[in-house]
Design a protein. Structure first.
Length: 396
């Protein structure tokens, strides 16, 4: 097997390993939010803050990604971040204080891993960038679904002990860490160990073509995703669902979106399909959120499935836009850091603001209608992003 082939295989394995690692540490907390409140004596506000911390860290930690890669190289950066994520997940249930400290470390490590994933694809898998972006986002969705679906059953298996039920999720992260140690060196093959060099253009990444439309699209889809991840079970409970049904609805949202998370990026890698699929995804998200605001419990399964398709497609498309709009492979981490950092900063309002609004007496239908307006804003950002990405591709 040639060195280039070995690098591609290693990059594919690591892309899947990262995708499978970066959502269940969040969705398992969402599914057990009520039990966490009881077990650690947290108020509704405390739970809202706990849900918000990881998303806020997605924004605050983002600028560190290019610096870490430049200092350690892509492979060692991945290993370090997976080690931090595993340790934080294992140790955060020890006490209320470590629960919040762990949330900080989990959010920071997940943010940086998510920023580096597009660079893995752009560096070693660019020839099939759409396909591997789809694989990454599909594994991302599978991670979210696994955390949502298995958290409550695991909690019961472990005698309803919330600490062990949370720390048990560190085990698959240790497996991902082992994979990064085995295969990581191959993705840096042929390089110096740091970020690949490129000729200096004198231009700041902040002036890169398409950066801000891509950031806007990423911000909208991330806010919607984290709003639903944090509050969909609560919305379902408010409609009369049981706790198990509510957790399964969150899992169903991710499962229903898995095919879309795989195929939407593949379709968007075709230039003629990119703009139409971006617009269609935004319209589907808007419509499904409006239905979620008024649909009876009997239709919740169908509505959540459509919403899952829209949200999963939007996330996959946002990663595609980063991969294809970044000015070069070497600058993908910087482009990704800005778009995801600023985007997640906006998205941090997703878990927090709906909870505060409901706590102030505003009903869930009105809050969800506000979220539908954000979904509609994706249309403009999507069209502008698509045009910029196509211009970058033509220039290469």
């Amino acid at each position: 097997m040639s060195a280039l082939r070995r690098q591609g295989v290693a990059a594919g394995i690591l892309t899947v390993a990262v995708g499978l690692s970066v959502r269940f540490p969040i969705t398992n907390v969402s599914s057990l939010l009520g039990e966490i409140g009881v077990g650690y004596d947290l108020s509704q506000t405390g739970l809202a803050v706990l849900s918000t911390i990881p998303v806020l860290l997605f924004a605050l930690a983002a600028p560190l990604a290019p610096l870490i890669v430049a200092r350690l190289g892509l492979a060692r950066s991945l290993a370090l971040l997976l080690a931090v994520l595993a340790c934080a997940t294992l140790l955060r249930p020890l006490a209320p204080a470590t629960l919040f400290v762990g949330a900080v470390l989990v959010g920071a490590s997940i943010a940086l891993l998510g920023i580096l994933a597009p660079q893995i694809i752009r560096r070693a898998l660019a020839a099939r960038g759409g396909f591997w972006t789809g694989v990454y986002t599909a594994s991302f969705g599978l991670s979210a679904a696994t955390g949502a679906a298995l958290s409550v059953p695991l909690f019961h298996v472990l005698d309803n002990r919330i600490g062990p039920a949370l720390s048990a999720w560190g085990v698959p992260l240790l497996i991902a860490l082992a994979l990064s140690l085995v295969f990581g060196r191959r993705i840096d093959a042929g390089g110096s160990g740091g970020a690949p060099a490129e000729p200096s253009t004198g231009a700041s990444i902040l002036h890169a073509r398409g950066l801000w439309p891509v950031t806007g699209f990423f911000a909208c889809q991330a806010l919607l995703y984290f709003s639903m991840t944090a509050w969909l079970p609560t919305i379902a409970l408010d409609r009369g669902a049981t706790p198990s049904q509510a957790g399964l609805l969150l899992a169903w949202m991710s499962i229903a979106g898995l095919p879309a998370s795989l195929f939407a990026p593949m379709l968007a890698s075709r230039r003629g399909w990119r703009t139409p699929i971006l617009v269609a995804t935004a319209l589907l998200g808007t419509a499904s959120l409006l239905c979620l605001a008024i649909a009876p419990l009997e239709l919740m399964t169908l509505v959540v499935a459509v919403l899952g398709i829209a949200l999963s497609s939007a996330f996959g498309l946002s990663v595609v836009l980063i991969v294809f709009t970044a000015p070069s492979a070497a600058r993908t981490a910087a482009f990704s850091a800005v778009s995801q950092g600023v985007g997640y900063g906006f998205a941090a309002a997703g878990p927090l603001v709906p909870g505060l609004l409901v706590g102030a007496g505003i009903g869930w239908p009105a809050v969800i209608a506000m979220l539908a307006c954000i979904a509609a804003a994706e249309i403009g950002f999507g069209i502008a992003s698509s045009r910029a990405s196509l211009a970058v591709e033509r220039a290469e």
